[in-house]
Design a protein. Structure first.
Length: 107
């Protein structure tokens, strides 16, 4: 009889421990990434932009990303001499070569 009660108490203890187990939730998309990607459309050109402080990583129309270093004191203009991204006062512009920058929508 004593063995029976010990078995029931042991089973109950195991059941209680199992009931208290909480599985670890899976991470959300973007969690742990300090540089999220923002999507823009600039006069028909699609940009995926990741601002990283001293540089910006920009993918144009789904192509491989290009790193554009920050230029100037303000840290709002990023360029490699051929492609230029400007982010000022919540507005984003994009230019290729010597063309005038065009306004972008999205973000």
């Amino acid at each position: 009889m004593r063995t029976f009660f010990c078995s029931i108490i042991g089973a109950f203890a195991i059941w209680m421990l199992a009931a208290c187990h909480h599985p670890t939730p899976s991470p959300s998309i973007g969690v742990g990434n300090p540089y999220p990607v923002s999507s823009y459309v600039c006069d028909g050109t699609r940009l995926a932009v990741r601002l990283m402080g001293e540089s910006a990583s920009v993918s144009v129309d789904g192509a491989a990303a290009v790193d554009l270093p920050a230029i100037g004191q303000s840290g709002t203009t990023f360029s490699n001499g051929r492609q230029t991204l400007i982010v000022e006062q919540g507005r984003t512009s994009w230019a290729v070569g010597r063309a005038m920058p065009v306004a972008c929508t999205g973000g």
